[in-house]
Design a protein around this ligand. Sequence first.
Ligand code: TLP
Length: 344
Amino acid sequence: MKKIIDLRSDTITKPSQEMRKAMYDAEVGDDVYKEDPTANELEKYAAELLGKEATLFVPSGVMGNQICLNVLTQPGDEVICEKDAHIFQYESGSPAALSGIQLSLVDGGLPGIFTAKQIEPLIRPESAYYMARTKVIEIENTHNRAGGTINSIENIKSLSNLAKKYNLSFHLDGARIWNASVETGISPAEYAKHFDTISCCLSKGLGAPIGSIIAGTKDFIKEAYRVRKAWGGGMRQVGILAAAGLYALKNNIPRLKEDHEKATLLADRLSLIPGIIIIKELVQTNIVMFSSLKISVDDFLNRCKENGLLFGTGKVGVIRAVTHMDVSLEDIDQAVKIIEKIML
Ligand code: TLP
């Protein structure tokens, strides 16, 4: 069978043999009664790793973000986020559909990063009863649609101070916070301490088959637990999946650095191909965004697919490659050769 090089997303990674063994061996119980020892262990381990009072295991990153937003707001409230934020672009309109809230979109430029100075004027005055109430500031680190860019800890601190000044909650979509952490050397807890709530994925570069963790205070998690159940996310013998998440957190974080090296190599090689447009400074972790001047995105994707190479898409006209544990350096080399042939 012809080998497929799949760079559509790091979500396509399959659990390793060791992870499957941990899943097989997992002790389980009914998690709706809070009796699943492995789920309980995962939540405790994640709370320590993130330096938060409590965490909750949820089925997906979308559910994680949406539960957080639901708990932090009332219908009619407003969340400030970047215009390419996952919660706006890729969560099926859930903020409106599930929580009755609206998003105030900010242009963070090419890296998708806004500053406190930029958003302070958007915070609505409490006296303006005829306006939506600003309740939450949300950022994504790394920022997916901007190309896996990292929000600096200084900027995060100043946004956190702004949130405190106006009594707003600060939420992190940290689906790929692990990538930011291995790249900067700043621990997940050091990032997390600036936020009220965090959602982070186990099922992307960390290689677990499913699941995210949300984190915050005990009171916040108590309410999140209620919302998860109300939305049908209460799970029973979920230890089988929690074991994969626990294995991922204990073993797979440092490895992400290899994915970043593969992304840098891919970006360097792509930048040498005539007709490919790429901004190398934006390639900071495991996502590579680029465009083709010669052929349309659809043609490019189809021609690559015919050659056993799969990409996803980003913003309009942009092709997305995500490196992960199931692609090797040799695969990257092969991918570049295929693109060189297509772009001739
Ligand atoms: N991102 C997916 C797609 O939805 C685009 C991907 O392939 O990258 N936050 C961020 C920043 C994400 O990138 C994603 C998934 C999520 C949340 C949602 O996670 P899941 O897919 O587990 O619901």
